[in-house]
Design a protein around this ligand. Sequence first.
Ligand SMILES: *Cc1c(COP(=O)(O)O)cnc(C)c1O
Length: 402
Amino acid sequence: MSRKADLLAVPDASGHFGEYGGRYVPETLVAPLEELAAEFAKAQKDPAFQHELKEMRRDFTGRPTPLYFAERLTQHCGGAKIYLKREDLLHTGAHKINNALGQVILARRMGKRRIIAETGAGQHGVATATMAARYGMECIIYMGEEDMRRQALNVTRMRLLGAKVVGVTAGQKTLKEAVNEAMRDWVTNVRTTHYVLGTAYGAHPYPYMVREFHKVIGEEARAQLMEREEKLPDVICACVGGGSNAIGIFYAFLNDQKVRLVGVEAGGEGIQPGRHAARFQGGKLGVLQGSKSFLLQNEDGQIELTHSVSAGLDYAAVGPEHCHLKEIGRAEYTYATDDEALAAFSNLGRIEGILPALETAHAVAFAMKEAPKMEKDQILLVNLSGRGDKDVNEAARFLLKA
Ligand SMILES: *Cc1c(COP(=O)(O)O)cnc(C)c1O
C-alpha cells in the first residue's frame, strides 16, 4: 500500500487512529455504538441520505461558505497571502452545525425521536437545538451550571428553540461533567434517543463520523483555492478544542505532503498545570470518556483543571486523529495564549471588519505570527471556525477598559 493511501485510511475497523481512539465504554454502550457505526456506514452509501444532506447544507445551513482573501490583514502582516475559510457565516454562527445537521438526519433515519447533546460554550447546543427544531424532535441539552452562567445568551437561544437545558452541578460544573450526564442519559434511553456528540472525540464511531460531516470544509477550500490561485496553500491553520473544525479543514489535504498543517491549542495564562488547555504541551496518554488520547492529568492520572479565555477550547482531552497526525509528523501543534487570542480578536475586527469567536482567534493569532515569516507569493489558509457575537461581553471586558 502506498503512503498516500495510509493517511486517509483511518480509523481501522475498531476505531483506532494508530494507537489512539477506540471504544472504552461500559458494556451497555457497546451495542448502541455498534448499531450507530453500522447505520452511519449504510447512510454514507445511500444516495437519498447524501441528497438530503446536500440540499440542507445549501438551503438551510448555507454552504458552500466563502473563501475570503484578507487583503488588509495580509498587508498588515507583510508576508504570505492570508485566506479565511468563512465557517463563521454558517447558520447559528460556527462550523458546529455541519455535524449537528448530519447526526440529526441520521438519528431520524434510525427511528429515534429524542435528541440529546452536551455543550460547553453553548455553540454545539444551539446547533443541535436548531436541527432538532427543524426536524420536529424532542431535544435535551446538558450543560455545566458554571457554563450556563458564563454563556447565558446561548442558554436563552436554546430555550427559545424549544430545547430543554439541564444544568449539571457535579465537579467543575463545565463540559466534562456535561458529557458524563449525557452518556448517563443515553445508556438509560438508548432505544428512543440519539446522542449528538459535538466534536471529533469520544468512543468509535464518533471521531470518525464527526470528521466525515466536517470534511466538506477542506474539500470546498481546496476547490476554491485551486480556482482562485491555481495552487494549494503552503500552510493551513485551525484552532483545536476536541479537534472537529481542524480535522474538517485538514482532511482533504492530508495526502498533499507539501501543505503544512498546524493546529493551535489554548495556551491560557501560560503552560503551567491548571492554567491552560494545550494537551500536546505536557499532556500524557490516557483514557477519558470512551477514547484513548492525550490528556492533561496529574501523576495519579487525575484529570487536571484547565483554563482558557475561550470556553470551546477549555477541555482536558484532544481527539484521537490529531494524536495520530502529531505522532506520524503529518501535523504540528502549537498554542496561543489568552492575551494573544484577545489581541488577534481585536486585530481581525479592526483590520478586516470580522469579529471572530475567541476560539477562532487562537488560529488568527498563529496566522499573524507566521505570515510575516513567509514569502509574499505563499498562501496561508485560516479556518475561521465561528463568529464572535457570543464573546463580545468577555472581549469588551479585556479590550475596552477605558
Ligand atoms: C466549539 C468550537 C471550537 C472548538 O471545537 P473543535 O471541535 O476543536 O472545532 C472552535 N471554534 C468554534 C467557533 C467553536 O464553537
